[in-house]
Write a protein that binds this ligand. Structure first.
Ligand code: TGC
Ligand code: FAD
Length: 401
């Protein structure tokens, strides 16, 4: 019910406390169906086990099948290839609901959908699409994406992994580092330089001689996600495994745009979970004879959290509408990835404080989210790299060269 000046008479609480500006009203039925299905799956399959897997630093790999069944792999790619055929907002919301559980679970879907299926869809031959995409969408194949190298992270254009022609094959040499899902992967989309120094994308299959995927141990972040290396020692890759549709760094960077977009949404999920836990705790925990939520300093924390979440939701939603129209620029995506991940990390830190000592235990999800978000702040382009992308966009000066 609106008053004559457009200000609602009713309190905001007609919306869920977590949707302060009613972003829900902007969603279509299809978005809501997708969101609710993922939310229900997460509640049943992920929430009960995630703390345990994270503590043991083990990837719950049985969830790949469930992720496929809920359409989390390539939700906005065409149905013709076994994918969801939904829009970019549906894709974003699915990532949000997955990351509400754990950034590592969202990573499983981001890599498979945006970094493996998307390059095959966008740059692959029809034969490659028909062969790989349905298997990846259904979870029969697990994929990974190899761009980062031990000595070349933020600056992938300096990569040294390379291919040399040999008849109807390329000989691949080099190594990739920090590769999500690599130890489990059936295929890897790998970026390497040809003899002219031009970056090409190749599909490397497990079992090719000279190809190995050692696991990286000792991660204190993203512990429920498996990470490894990709090592190539004279691997003979058939020429038909090269992605014909792209040459140069814009190939992998286009895939990153797709994945960064999903992370901008996903981070909101982690922030919501921390906020939700802190809000509940602030009403239950009594100190000095009253709930800690009655103290102004606690209210300041919670009020700032929901303000930042709301801003991030609106940023993501608008980015989604731009993406649906094919108008979201890489720089706009960088801004949203950087802002929303940093927002989520700050909220995790504040939520931890509201939980006092309990906040450092695994009774609550806060520390797990906080540790995960340290990775999310760094991968897919670090916090500072995205700042410089925005800086370059607004000034026209390139700080990288
Ligand atoms: P630069 O000269 O700026 O660009 C080279 C070409 O690429 C185009 N381009 C993009 N295209 C699409 N999307 C983007 N985001 C793009 N950014 C640039 C650009 O227009 C140009 O095209 P053309 O036609 O002129 O050739 O390249 P640069 O070497 O100066 O690098 C710029 C920089 C630093 C921004 C870029 O290298 C960068 O983004 N670095 C960060 C690296 C990164 O994000 N690595 C992520 C690895 S994958 C990962 O972390 C997965 S985590 C998975 C999970 O578990 O979820
Ligand atoms: P560096 O590039 O060495 O950066 C170190 C520091 O220097 C950062 O603070 C950075 O911001 C700063 N810096 C660098 N250059 C500049 C500059 N020009 N100006 C100012 N500051 C600068 N990669 C993949 O290819 N595939 C994956 O699946 C994948 N999964 C990952 C999973 C995990 C758990 C992690 C931790 C990483 C993953 N990555 C993956 C790699 C990730 O993308 C890189 O870690 C990231 O791009 C940063 O590279 P780096 O770690 O080498 O840091």
């Amino acid at each position: 019910m609106n008053s004559s000046n457009g200000v609602a008479n009713a309190k905001v609480d007609k919306y869920q406390a977590h949707d302060y500006y009613g972003v829900d009203d902007l969603l279509t039925d299809e978005h809501k169906i997708a969101r609710d299905a993922v939310r229900a799956w997460v509640k049943q399959e992920v929430s009960p086990i995630i703390e345990d897997y994270s503590e043991r630093a083990e990837c719950p790999k049985h969830l790949f099948k469930g992720l496929a069944d809920i359409g989390a792999f390539g939700p906005s790619l065409p149905e013709k290839y076994g994918c969801g055929g939904m829009d970019e907002i549906a894709y974003g919301i699915i990532m949000q609901e997955l990351e509400r559980a754990d950034s590592g679970i969202r990573s499983m879907a981001s890599v498979q959908g945006s970094l493996v299926m998307y390059p095959i869809y966008r740059f692959g031959s029809e034969e490659q699409k028909m062969h790989y995409l349905p298997k990846l969408a259904s979870g029969e194949y697990i994929g990974c994406f190899g761009l980062t190298e031990p000595d070349h992270g933020s600056d992938p254009s300096s990569m040294v992994t390379n291919i040399k022609e040999d008849g109807d094959h390329y000989i691949l040499n080099g190594a990739k580092m920090w590769i999500t899902n690599s130890p489990l992967a059936d295929i890897a989309v790998v970026w390497a330089k040809d003899e002219e120094g031009i970056i090409r994308g190749l599909i490397v299959e497990r079992g090719m001689e000279g190809f190995s995927t050692p696991e990286i141990h000792g991660k204190l972040s993203l512990r429920a996600s498996i990470t490894g290396e990709l090592v190539f020692e004279d691997v003979r890759v058939p020429k038909k495994n090269v992605l014909p549709g792209v040459k140069g760094l814009k190939g992998p960077l286009s895939c990153l745009s797709k994945a960064r977009y999903g992370i901008a949404w996903g981070a909101i999920g982690a922030a919501l979970d921390c906020y939700d836990s802190a809000l509940r705790y602030s009403k239950e925990r009594i100190q000095f004879g009253k709930p800690i939520g009655q103290f102004q300093l606690t209210q300041k924390k919670l009020a700032e959290m929901i303000t930042e979440i709301t801003k991030a939701q609106l940023l993501a939603w608008r980015l989604g509408t731009l993406a649906n129209d094919g108008k979201a620029t890489p720089a706009q995506i960088s801004m949203a990835k950087r802002n929303n991940v940093n927002m989520a990390l700050e909220i995790a830190r504040e939520a931890r404080q509201i939980h006092g000592g309990m906040g450092i235990t695994n009774e609550y999800p806060i520390m797990r989210h906080m540790m995960n978000l340290e990775t999310v702040l760094t991968y897919e382009g670090t916090h500072d790299i995205h700042l410089l992308i925005t800086g370059m966009d607004v000034t026209g000066f390139n700080a990288f060269s």
